[in-house]
Design a protein around this ligand. Structure first.
Ligand code: ZN
Length: 479
């Protein structure tokens, strides 16, 4: 038995990551990705020169705008896809692949040989983000998602004997399918009920009570509604509430821990899953002691599938361990679509750390919360004049207001005095006194509070649609 990836020493991790990187670039990326082949050629970089992780620094960083459709090229969102054809396969494919295909053809015929190639290369499952590259999974990738997903559930302390209910909305998105494949990979019994208009909280609660659900995965707004309305029987056996995180989750764990205590699940633990579509599998947060739900040990990543870097967003230079910066993503062991040095727009406020996790001992790189995004920075006029605000500082104030069932932060770029931004906290189903109290707390950040009917806010947040809930909305300047 090889040692599991989650327990390798950092040195062994780097050694194996480098061998995966060499194989990816030489055998798959350069031969089969027209986008990257052109990038390598334009920069005069030979695929064989990418041997060490540091060698990636020679490559330019790519970003979402590189994958935005233009009038001349509507296919740009698909540029991350590997596109082998007969000619490039016979010229470039690794001899092991060719040998396996030849053997398959000899024993089982042409169709079987084609199927073998398709398993490796043909994207059979697509995720379509609103911006950024379309993400394609081959059969091999789906098996990878299943295994990595099972690892994410293991980090949450869930396994084969659990019963999982997912109340994440169905759609061509990572949250739903991560949870589907993760549950399958771990061999647990699971029901993927969807959310909102598909399955009402009362029905979800009914099924949770009937099946003795031990793990619930949901968006925070849905979990909130469920916990407020359902009979305690629904949560009688619940051990883990896994919230799909939007970033800025400080305060949310405590809020939901308290909510669970009063809803009939005194021992259940709250944790979060965080993922970006481009990284293809979500990162799970290591559980924290029940007495101190906000003392998070961070999100456990997958060094065998991806290589993560943190750079100063202004200069693109790497920062030291545990320092803030933008998360840069590189695929290591995926096929359908592949990204090298991709700017995620995720702003890590406490960076990446590599020491063994104090909670579980796993040695994988960890993303420390709290997580923000580069476009979560606003310039607003507050009670003490103009201030620069990171919305990840505003969200904890709102998570910490249990009397406000639903809220959303909205930023209107350039709509304030002198071209500053306007920032609002829309509160749904809140009392006037609570709104006034919050207004005082949010005034230093220049955030104005607005009361909105609960249903109306739910609609604005996209609850009940296939999208993840919209906790934060950034509106570009009106032209
Ligand atoms: Zn851990």
């Amino acid at each position: 038995m090889p040692r599991p990836w989650d327990r390798l020493s950092p040195r062994d991790q780097v050694r194996l990551q480098e061998s995966l990187l060499r194989s990816l670039v030489r055998d798959y990326l350069y031969p089969f990705s027209p986008f990257y082949r052109r990038l390598f050629d334009e920069q005069g970089i030979k695929p064989k020169s990418i041997r060490r992780l540091q060698d990636l620094e020679a490559l330019p960083i790519v970003q979402r705008t590189d994958f935005e459709p233009t009038a001349a090229d509507a296919w740009r969102p698909f540029r991350a896809m590997l596109r082998p054809d007969e000619e490039s396969l016979s010229r470039w494919a690794h001899r092991d692949v060719l040998r396996r295909v030849a053997r398959e053809r000899l024993f089982h015929g042409d169709l079987a040989a084609e199927r073998l190639l398709a398993e490796e290369f043909k994207p059979v499952h697509l995720h379509v983000p609103e911006v950024g590259p379309v993400v394609g999974y081959t059969m091999r990738d789906l098996s990878g998602l299943s295994q990595a997903g099972a690892r994410s559930l293991a980090v949450l302390g869930a396994g084969r004997t659990d019963v999982l209910v997912s109340a994440l909305p169905y759609g061509p998105n990572l949250p739903f399918w991560h949870t589907h494949y993760a549950a399958q990979g771990s061999g647990m019994a699971a029901m993927h009920l969807g959310a909102g208009e598909t399955v009402r909280p009362a029905q979800t609660a009914y099924w949770m009570a009937q099946t003795g659900t031990t793990v619930l995965v949901a968006n925070p707004a849905y979990a909130e509604g469920l916990l407020r309305g359902a009979e305690p029987a629904a949560f009688a056996r619940l051990r883990v509430l896994a919230l799909w995180a939007t970033g800025g989750m400080q305060g949310a764990r405590e809020r939901f821990t308290t909510r669970l205590r009063t809803s009939g699940a005194p021992d259940a633990m709250v944790s979060t899953l965080f993922g970006i579509p481009e990284a293809r599998v979500a990162w799970a947060e290591c559980p924290t002691p029940p007495g101190n739900p906000e003392a998070s040990n961070g999100y456990h990543t997958y060094p065998d599938l991806e290589y993560l870097e943190v750079v100063d967003p202004a200069t693109g230079q790497l920062v030291d361990e545990g320092q803030p910066g933008e998360l840069i993503y590189t695929s290591l062991d995926w096929r359908g679509s592949v990204l090298l040095r991709y700017r995620t727009g995720v702003a890590l406020r406490r960076g990446l750390v590599y020491d063994p996790c104090p909670g579980c001992g796993r040695t994988v790189p960890r993303i420390l919360p709290d997580i923000s995004f580069l476009d979560w920075h606003a310039r607003v006029v507050g009670s003490r004049g103009e201030v620069r605000v990171d919305l990840a500082d505003v969200l904890p104030v709102l998570w910490g207001a249990p009397a406000v069932p639903l809220w959303q932060v909205e930023v209107l770029r350039g709509a304030g005095p002198g071209g500053t931004d306007l920032a609002y906290a829309h509160l749904g189903g809140a009392l006037r006194e609570d709104a006034e109290f919050l207004q005082k707390q949010l005034a230093p950040y220049g955030v104005r509070v607005r009361l909105v009917p609960l249903k109306e806010l739910g609609r604005r947040m996209g609850l009940g649609t296939e999208r993840p809930e919209q906790r934060v909305v950034i509106r570009p300047p009106e032209r």
